[in-house]
Design a binder for this molecule. Structure first.
Ligand SMILES: [Cu+2]
Length: 151
């Protein structure tokens, strides 16, 4: 009889500890943002902004293919995602922003996901187009990814 009571007490203690652990771990881990659904007819491109770097699941694109960019910011600072001709670092003006930039997604806050639908119209040979972030000194720190667009 005494053993049964002890066993029951042990069980209650274990359950309490387990519940406490579960609560602690779920509270300390930031929720992962949900991946948005890819629209029909689009090719998904995973862009990850992490450690002041840009990673892309595709770096060789095709003209005329509708791409769905899923941009995830895993850094603690805000970023932007800009497609532009190479070597624009530090020389972004209102003119280049509106006339030269291919596409721009701004204010991608820490831990968030933003999306972009984009289709390249002309081939871009190596060294002519890049993905970059121009916030603060991120470009100078290496937040640049050269890409290619083929026919
Ligand atoms: Cu940045």
């Amino acid at each position: 009889m005494k053993n049964r009571v002890l066993f029951a007490l042990l069980c209650i203690l274990c359950l309490t500890l387990f519940a406490a652990c579960g609560t602690t771990s779920s509270a300390s881990v930031a929720p992962t943002p949900t991946q948005p659904p890819v629209p029909a007819g689009y090719t998904p491109v995973q862009i990850t902004l992490q450690n002041i770097r840009i990673h892309s699941s595709i770096t060789v694109f095709k003209v005329g293919v509708p791409y769905f960019f899923i941009i995830t910011n895993k850094d603690k600072v805000e970023h932007e995602f800009m497609m532009s001709p190479t070597g624009m670092g530090g020389h972004i003006t209102a003119y280049t922003m509106t006339n030269v930039t291919f596409a721009l997604v701004e204010h991608i806050t820490s831990g968030s996901i933003k999306t972009l639908r984009y289709t390249f119209n002309t081939p871009e040979p190596p060294g002519s187009i890049e993905f970059a972030c121009h916030y603060s000194d991120h470009y100078a720190m290496g937040m640049i990814l050269p890409v290619v667009v083929e026919k």
